[in-house]
Design a protein around this ligand. Structure first.
Ligand code: RIB
Length: 304
């Protein structure tokens, strides 16, 4: 089976479910609270394996209880976590997440040990990156380390899916060249290009700016409406699957994982997008990050 390397952050999420996030100066009791495994990298690795892929995870955690929670969860799916860095005297990354009653969230992250997954760490894992067929990463870790990973993957001719989350503004142009699939949501695309992304036409225009910088395909997630694929052949919208959202945390992570699993199994791009949309539509109906990610069997039911 083709191998997928995921490089990204590992966190434990402290999730507060509320009707509405607090205003400035306001103190609120939440409706419910959970401490759950998360982090965009860890969620994506977990999802790749749970959706039927074959994943090696590169990340960093502290030698603490939180590290055990997140790595234990990722490992439980069968992901290879042997190369995750265990950092002394640093806390595992943490995220405070407010989930409002409509399922939307606000997230604050303390990266902690994640910052130790630096350029030197990536260099030390060069042979692993080169041994993979597909590489999936985000912008949750150090930008120099991410750039190094992408450089190694490009030189070795790997298929790269770059999920530019969380939204950032300071991406060096050199990083875009040769990326096979860049997968922002509308907000991330807006930050990357400094252009409006409120309509499909605006999304297409913004995407063209990044295509001109050398990205081969833009795969823009547009919430419940699905995803848009924009490349030199034009633009196509792939509708999402109907769902009643409870918590949208990790929907993007599930989409990216589903897409790369589809590609790694030899699906046509259109089919891989449909698979990714179906998987993400299940994630939004459940609470938490990793606990909300569906199995392959659950996605197959929806696809039928
Ligand atoms: O994408 C969702 C993730 O973003 C959460 O699990 C949180 O840890 C943050 O990294």
């Amino acid at each position: 089976m083709k191998k997928v390397v995921v490089f990204g952050g590992s966190n434990v999420d402290f999730v507060f479910n509320l009707d509405k996030a607090p205003e400035k100066g306001e103190t609120l009791n939440c409706n419910s609270f959970n401490k759950l495994p998360g982090g965009k990298g860890a969620n994506q690795a977990f999802a790749v394996q749970k959706l039927g892929g074959n994943c090696i995870f590169l990340s960093a955690v502290g030698r603490d209880e939180l590290g055990d929670i997140v790595l234990g969860s990722v490992k439980s799916t069968g992901v290879d976590v042997d190369n995750v860095l265990k950092v002394e005297n640093e806390s595992t990354g943490m995220a405070i997440i407010y989930v409002e009653s409509d399922g939307d969230n606000r997230i604050v992250v303390n990266p902690g040990a994640n910052l130790k997954a630096d350029k030197a760490y990536v260099d030390s894992k060069k042979n692993i990156i080169e041994s993979a067929d597909y590489v999936l990463t985000q912008f949750e870790l150090d930008m120099d380390a991410t750039a190094e990973l992408l450089e190694i993957a490009k030189k070795a001719g790997k298929t790269i899916v770059l999920n530019p989350a969380p939204a950032v503004t300071d991406v060096p142009d050199s990083l875009y060249a040769g990326i096979d699939y860049l997968t922002p949501n509308e907000t991330e695309l807006k930050k990357l290009t400094d252009l409006n992304t409120d309509t499909e036409e605006e999304i297409e225009e913004a995407a063209k700016v990044l295509l001109a910088k050398g990205v081969k395909n833009l795969l823009v997630t547009i919430g419940s409406k699905g995803a848009m694929l924009i490349n030199e052949n034009g633009t196509k919208v792939y509708p999402g699957f109907k769902a009643d959202p409870v918590d949208t945390t990790a929907a993007g992570d599930t989409f990216n994982a589903g897409f790369i699993v589809g590609l790694s199994e030899g699906m046509e791009v259109e089919e891989a997008i449909r698979f990714a949309n179906a998987a993400a539509s299940i994630t939004v109906t459940r609470k938490g990050a990793q606990p909300s990610i569906p199995s392959r069997e659950e996605v197959n039911v929806i696809l039928k």
